[in-house]
Design a protein around this ligand. Structure first.
Ligand SMILES: Cc1cc2nc3c(=O)[nH]c(=O)nc-3n(C[C@H](O)[C@H](O)[C@H](O)COP(=O)(O)OP(=O)(O)OC[C@H]3O[C@@H](n4cnc5c(N)ncnc54)[C@H](O)[C@@H]3O)c2cc1C
Length: 481
């Protein structure tokens, strides 16, 4: 049987793509990178006499490089930026390698790999450790660890990490005579004169373009609106989201229904991270361990785990995220949220509303009646917190979750948009139009004025060499043996 990992990521003989895939958490990428290098080695595609070329110095590229060097395979890593891990370096986001595995049992582990006390379950340790911390903290730590490793043997013997080198596809060619070799045609001071021969190449270039723009209202001279980058700095966790406190609440609009939008919805409304919020909501009644594993009377399976399993199976086989799968996924959660809400009762609901920040009002605009493909933890928390927010602010749930709509235009009332730091805190008029999975309306309506507008419409995958054979892959949690 062909090796499934090789078959899934191969885009041409000896050429592999680790970009443009889903699921694509940092941990998924680490595991994919390590396993792919080990399988290429096992298949003889790379060897001490057949070097490896890695393009892109994020977590995937760094892990691939370190694993190859440990196997004594000469490896060259090309990174376009001045250093590795720049995606994490500029961001204050909270990262946790396991929290989004909720409701799987290990979701509280907070480190990867986690079964270190049971070596038989851990397999070889990852060359870079991953623990719960801010993205910036991890980026700095990983940079230091790689620099230290570069200075040591065997890392420095087998790996050449070249920073500040932008790779383009045309630099890599196959010769008509030696078809199982790839040749790098580019003069790089640290490498022998070109062409340099490689047994295989792995692209780890990540997601280059995030969709965080919407048109301005069609008024001459207005620029399109740009929101904060997901992997950039933003003031949303500062008191009152970094806006001087006024007598009326700060109004924030978030557009999107994937993990980026839902994560920011929780950050803005509660000022914290998902695990801490989950504990705050469930600790008093001791439900933090109970909820995911609770089987209500009449149910055959555990509801959240069952729903996640069904949805992931369906989505990994579908050509695109189908309406009925997403809808069923979402409505199963809504049913469970109803149950939790009733279980809490009015007194507990009022007490729990204290998790919300004062003086902030959030509206989430998203097409259709369901959220998109997103983590269960984000979905369950957003649905619960929306109810608490509705109760506290006196706004109906339907006004907070503007389901069935998409943002049509954003217009800075007294300034020109374009830089999110300039826009943040200033009034913006937001127009929306009705939209579902099948169509959107052509007529626009004014939703209101918001001081902060966050656009989380995902990222455009741009794999370097081509799309992997199966771009939707459910990645294992554990090592494979
Ligand atoms: C909006 C959004 C939100 C996300 N949220 C989370 C989250 O909360 N938690 C989580 O675990 N994951 C999250 N992810 C996924 C996470 O960003 C990726 O899993 C992870 O960064 C991928 O690592 P990587 O090494 O594959 O790519 P990246 O980290 O993107 O690294 C790619 C590297 O390749 C370099 N590069 C690109 N093109 C070239 C070229 N032509 N030549 C040389 N170098 C090049 C880049 O400079 C970069 O350093 C999110 C992703 C997006 C887009």
């Amino acid at each position: 049987m062909a090796d499934p990992l090789i078959a899934l990521h191969k885009v041409a003989p000896g050429v592999f793509e680790l970009s443009g895939l889903r699921t694509v958490s940092i941990r998924d990428q680490m595991l994919r990178a390590r396993l792919l290098v080990e399988r290429c080695y096992a298949e003889g595609l790379i060897a001490p006499t057949r070097p490896l070329l890695v393009i892109g110095g994020g977590v995937a590229g760094a892990v691939a490089t370190m694993v190859a060097a440990t196997l004594r395979i000469p490896v060259v890593l090309l990174e376009q930026q001045a250093d590795l891990f720049t995606r994490q370096l500029l961001s204050t986001r909270h990262l946790d390698p396991t929290e989004y595995d909720w409701p799987a049992r290990h979701w509280r582990e907070g480190k990867f790999p986690w079964h270190t006390s049971r070596p038989s379950h851990a397999g070889p340790v990852m060359p870079l450790p991953y623990w719960t911390a801010s993205a910036q903290h991890l980026g700095i730590a990983w940079q230091r660890l790689v620099s230290l490793w570069e200075g040591q043997s065997p890392g420095n013997t087998f790996a050449t990490i070249i920073r500040g080198c932008h790779f383009t596809k045309t630099m890599l060619r196959r010769s008509a005579k030696q078809k199982d070799w790839l040749f790098l045609h580019h003069n790089i001071a640290q490498l022998p004169p070109n062409p340099v021969a490689f047994g295989a190449a792995i692209s780890c270039v990540g997601f280059p373009h995030e969709k965080r723009f919407v048109p301005a209202a069609p008024v001459p001279g207005k620029k399109q609106y740009a929101g904060f980058e997901f992997w950039g700095d933003d003031p949303l966790l500062l008191p009152n989201c970094g806006v001087p406190v006024a007598s009326s609440p700060l109004r924030v609009l978030i557009s999107g229904a994937g993990d980026g939008a839902l994560q920011d919805f929780l950050r803005v409304l509660t000022g914290g991270n998902a695990k801490a919020l989950y504990d705050a909501l469930f600790s008093k009644v001791g439900l933090q361990h109970f909820i995911p594993y609770y089987r209500p009377p009449g149910y055959r399976f555990l509801p959240f785990a069952q729903t996640e399993d069904e949805a992931h199976r369906a989505c990994s086989f579908a050509a695109k995220d189908g309406h009925w799968t997403l809808d069923q996924w979402h409505s199963a959660y809504v049913t469970e949220i109803d149950r939790i809400w009733t279980f809490w009762g009015p007194k507990e609901q009022q007490r729990l509303a204290q998790v919300l920040r004062p003086n902030v009002e959030v509206t989430l605009v998203h097409p259709c009646r369901h959220f998109g493909f997103c983590y269960g933890l984000n979905r369950v928390l957003v649905l619960l917190v929306t109810r608490l927010h509705a109760q506290q602010s006196g706004r109906p749930v339907a006004e907070i979750l503007q389901s069935g709509h998409e943002v049509d235009a954003v217009d800075g009332a007294n300034h020109s948009c374009g830089d999110p730091w300039v826009c943040h805190g200033k009034p913006h008029e937001v127009w929306i139009r009705s939209a579902d999975c099948f169509a959107s309306s052509s007529s626009s309506q004014l939703l209101g004025t918001f001081q902060s507008v966050i656009i989380r419409h995902g990222a455009t995958p741009q794999p370097l060499f081509g799309t992997a054979a199966l771009p939707r892959q459910v990645v294992p949690y554990h090592d494979l043996f």
